[in-house]
Design a binder for this molecule. Structure first.
Ligand code: GN1
Ligand code: MG
Length: 541
């Protein structure tokens, strides 16, 4: 404890500053985070001792502006930190210097942690200017507790999750290095598209917006492992532009327009990563120059269609489900349920909620509309597929099983992964002979609008039914119901954001004008019934 306190004085906490371990860990201006990083180094050691596993610490603020930073802890199998420990993280981060010892002791006692148990922490960081010194603060925390660490340096968030999973499964998931990650994914991808190359469908061309972040850097490393089938053109590689500034997956999704710094010719297939490369969205422009977005919902539909077709071919009765959030476009949900006959579940916003729900099925496909998602295969499903793929026959059944097996190997099951998802999508499009436009035409998105409303205290809004309805403040849900009833094919909901100090409003309807009008009217209801501050929300046009 002496060492902990001594090192801690080098990472002083600004008095009175209070932060929360939110949907995606801690996130705020980089200059407020040094003490948080140090303390997350301490907490990672405790978590490692408790779980007798390697624990990850990723320094990143994902799609936030370059000046921000953040940190998230990665649990043994590459999952997000278990919820019960988020409270410890918050308490530790907010303890004043003189309370640090008490909070540490409380966690150790509460969790019955054996302090003589060895610990190991794996650290990664994104390309933000502040990330290097902040990850040094994490290292100080680990060192203060006299524990081992491995600094993986610049990595994407999903690469760190992958390495953690490999290390804690004794290499069963793959070789626990970044090179091992490239090898595992590229082998699976090359196998998948081999058939296409033979059939002569030609090369795959893709423009990638790297958000001026880590994804671009890592994609360049990965490229040399991919056979020449895939031709990538990288934009916003980070040489000159600012991270996430008018580019990246979040910008493209929310603004519904292409990023700056990328030349889009009609029908060119393009994709955007976010700042730590765990999200991806696709887009293109049609001949009329109209922008089309293919978000997480379209990706989930494409992947689940592909897997379902293969399951029919292999004749395995495995239960597949798709998990979405309330932000999923109504058309996507309807298509999956009514046309594809796939069960769809709605989880609360935040990938940990989707991940947990998806674990309940043999095959669980989950995507947030913003492009964060992956596919989880249960042990049973994987075993059955691998068994079929290794059988001594040459029939179509075996071929389909091998395709499924390569798909499993190409998917990063630990967390949403822009690089992995991109390769899965490219492989599917080429195997199915689909253009980006044909993929887009599978169903048509309902026009929608997302808005933010500032209120004095966003906690006054309480939600239920996977955040699709409010139970507080009184009268708000009735008001929303009445507004929704005025429009066709309409839906709207509001929820307090877990990463920003705002209330988010979502609305969709039969036309863009109606979606905009409904979103505005709901914003007004929030403003008036939930303590709006500042200017009254104005109509969009
Ligand atoms: C509407 C939306 O895109 N919300 C995002 C955003 O959460 P909020 O709680 O809505 O601020 O950030 C989360 C973390 O990155 C992500 O999981 C989530 O999907
Ligand atoms: Mg991200």
């Amino acid at each position: 404890m002496e060492a902990v306190l001594k090192y801690s004085s080098r990472h002083p906490k600004p008095a009175g500053l209070s932060l929360q371990y939110g949907t995606a860990g801690f996130r705020t201006k980089a200059e407020h985070l040094d003490h948080v990083m140090y303390r997350m180094g301490l907490l990672a050691v405790l978590r490692s001792k408790k779980t007798k596993s390697v624990i990850g610490v990723m320094v990143t603020a994902s799609h936030n502006p370059e000046e921000d930073n953040g940190v998230k802890l990665v649990d043994p199998l590459g999952e997000m930190l278990v919820q019960a420990w988020e409270v410890y993280a918050t308490n530790l981060a907010n303890a004043e210097q003189q309370e640090l010892q008490t909070v540490m002791t409380f966690i150790i006692q509460q969790e019955d942690i054996k302090m003589d148990q060895k610990a190991s922490v794996a650290i990664g960081r994104d390309t933000r200017p502040s990330s290097e010194s902040l990850s040094q603060a994490v290292i100080d925390g680990v060192t203060a507790l006299d524990s081992k660490y491995h600094d993986y340096g610049l990595v994407t968030t999903p690469q760190l999750h992958y390495v953690i999973c490999c290390r804690n499964t004794n290499g069963e998931y793959g070789e626990p290095t970044i090179d091992g990650y490239y090898k595992k994914l590229s082998r699976a991808f090359n196998e998948l598209v081999k058939q296409v190359a033979v059939c002569g469908n030609g090369r795959l061309y893709l423009n990638v917006d790297g958000a001026n972040g880590i994804g671009a850097l890592k994609l360049k490393e990965m490229e040399q492992h991919l056979n020449s089938v895939l031709s990538l053109k990288l934009y916003n590689e980070g040489c000159k532009g600012k991270l996430n500034c008018e580019c990246g997956a979040d910008y493209v999704k929310v603004q519904q327009k292409p990023p700056q710094g990328i030349e889009v010719k009609p029908l060119d297939r393009c994709c955007s990563f976010d700042g730590d490369a765990d999200r991806i969205v696709y887009f293109y422009k049609d001949h009329g120059g109209v922008f089309h977005l293919l978000d997480g919902d379209k990706i989930a539909t494409l992947i689940s269609t592909f897997i379902k077709e293969l399951l029919v071919k292999v004749g395995l009765s495995l239960q597949m489900a798709v998990v979405q959030t309330a932000y999923a476009n109504g058309s996507a949900t309807r298509y999956l349920e009514d046309v594809m006959k796939v069960p769809v579940y709605c989880a609360k916003t935040g990938v940990k909620h989707l991940h947990h729900k998806a674990q309940e099925f043999d095959i669980g496909v989950y995507f947030e509309a913003n492009g964060h998602g992956t596919v989880l295969f249960s042990k049973t499903a994987e075993d059955q597929i691998r068994q079929l793929a290794s059988e001594e026959t040459t029939d179509d059944k075996k071929k389909a099983a091998q395709t499924l097996q390569n798909t499993i190997d190409l998917i990063n099951q630990t967390v949403g992964d822009a690089i992995s998802d991109m390769l899965v999508i490219e492989a599917i499009l080429s195997l199915k002979g689909l253009t980006v436009q044909k993929w887009d035409e599978i169903y048509t998105d309902l026009p929608n609008r997302q808005l933010k409303v500032k209120v004095a205290d966003r906690k006054v809004i309480e939600t239920t039914d996977a955040e699709r309805r409010t139970v507080r403040p009184p009268g708000l849900q009735e008001k929303i119901d009445n507004l929704v009833n005025k429009y066709n094919l309409s839906r709207a909901f509001v929820r307090p954001s877990g990463t920003e100090d705002v209330v988010r409003v979502y609305a969709e309807a039969d036309t863009q004008d109606n979606a905009d009008a409904l979103a505005h009217e709901v914003s007004l209801a929030v403003f008036h019934l939930a303590g709006g501050v500042g200017d009254v929300p104005k109509p969009l046009r």
